[in-house]
Design a protein around this ligand. Structure first.
Ligand SMILES: *Cc1c(COP(=O)(O)O)cnc(C)c1O
Length: 354
């Protein structure tokens, strides 16, 4: 597939690999040697290249710096015990990038170009995929406006970049989350379903306020009534109540998570009852009070499953059962990890070898 696009490769003179401490990689702080770059000008993607990861040159009047016409993706590559490299569902990320791009008036990145660029980059930087247990290579594709123009309009020029970061095992204590009923992440007709840069800037302030109140994360609620839960931080949100798996249905306020989709697919195969719809806060709180709230967790590429220990609502904290007792999320985490690291056969077509 790579052969259908001519991708020039300009390698670094000296790899930074020997200077990396693979036992201590803080997420998002270690960057691999190279990046894939493509430019959109005159209505088409061109000038495909793999080049050293290096600063960009942007003029102060660049539209991107002012109006945030930018979309991104996040996915991971995993090293199997045999040394092979497996990327989890990159086709789904390529498709979602274009869903986000359309909402931001940005051009499609053809799925074949996304995949060819990723494959070439993985070939050049394959040694950056770490091999210690539970480590991985985080992959960040993104597209942003390149016009130098400070009027408001969709840019005519764009850049598509993919860079990667080796990341350590994701250890996280179960978190304390607060149900947010004042601030809003996404609203009907808005951009919540897109992985668009501005969504994340707007979420920082409410998250900071929650942290000041002793919570690590927020549970976002619907913008209109604040009676229904939507997502948790930058993850999708799931509950197990009375043995049923419950999550908000996707729509224009929910990011259609690939982890969410994978968890639901496995739950369905395991014969679990799934409720995808509007999830009322009052039902969650009632279940917590009656001891029927068995599990609560976020789903996303970074952590796969992020367990919730405590839910805060209207000044009161509700504690959940110990993580060890959470049958479904432990099983789904193990299954997904086993598929990603090649310890279990992938019979869903989720894995792409690179
Ligand atoms: C990226 C993201 C998710 C999780 O998506 P995955 O494809 O599972 O990584 C969920 N919610 C928001 C807001 C996100 O940005």
């Amino acid at each position: 597939m790579t052969d259908t696009f001519e991708i020039k490769v300009n390698k670094v003179a000296e790899s930074r690999l020997p200077s990396v401490n693979f036992d201590n990689m803080v997420f998002g702080t270690v960057y691999s040697d190279h990046m894939f770059v493509a430019d959109y000008t005159d209505g088409e993607w061109k000038d495909f290249r793999v080049e050293p990861y290096a600063p960009l040159s942007l003029l102060p009047g660049s539209a991107i710096l002012h109006y945030g016409q930018s979309v991104f993706e996040g996915l991971k590559a995993y090293r199997t015990a045999e040394g092979d490299i497996q990327v989890f569902r990159p086709d789904a990320n390529a498709k979602r990038l274009n869903v986000s791009a359309e909402r931001m008036c940005m051009p499609d990145v053809p799925e074949e170009l996304f995949m060819a660029g990723l494959e070439k980059l993985m070939e050049v930087d394959k040694d950056w995929v770490p091999n210690k247990p539970e480590t991985s290579l985080y992959i960040r594709p993104f597209v942003f406006a390149m016009d130098e123009y400070i009027g408001i309009r969709p840019s005519a020029n764009y850049r598509f970049i993919i860079f990667t970061c080796p990341v350590g095992a994701y250890y996280s204590e179960p978190v304390r989350v607060k149900i947010e009923t004042e601030y809003t992440r996404a609203c009907p007709g808005g951009t919540g379903f897109a992985k668009a840069a501005g969504n994340y800037a707007g979420s920082l302030y409410p998250a900071k306020k929650a942290q000041e109140q002793g919570y690590q994360q927020l549970i976002w609620t619907d913008a209109v009534t604040h009676e229904y839960v939507e997502e948790s931080g930058t993850m999708n949100l799931m509950f197990v109540i009375d043995g049923k798996l419950m999550t908000a249905s996707t729509g224009d306020t929910i990011l259609d998570g690939i982890t969410r989709n994978s968890v639901l697919a496995l739950a369905k195969e395991w014969g679990m009852e799934i409720v995808e719809g509007k999830i009322a806060i009052k039902d969650i709180i009632k279940a917590a009070e009656e001891g029927r709230l068995q599990e609560a967790f976020g789903t996303g590429t970074a952590a796969t499953i992020a367990q919730i220990a405590t839910i805060g609502y209207e000044g009161k904290d509700y504690d959940l059962p110990a993580v060890a007792e959470r049958e479904f999320s432990n099983k789904v985490l193990k299954t997904l990890d086993d598929i990603k690291y090649g310890r279990q056969e992938d019979n869903h077509g989720w894995i792409r070898r690179m």
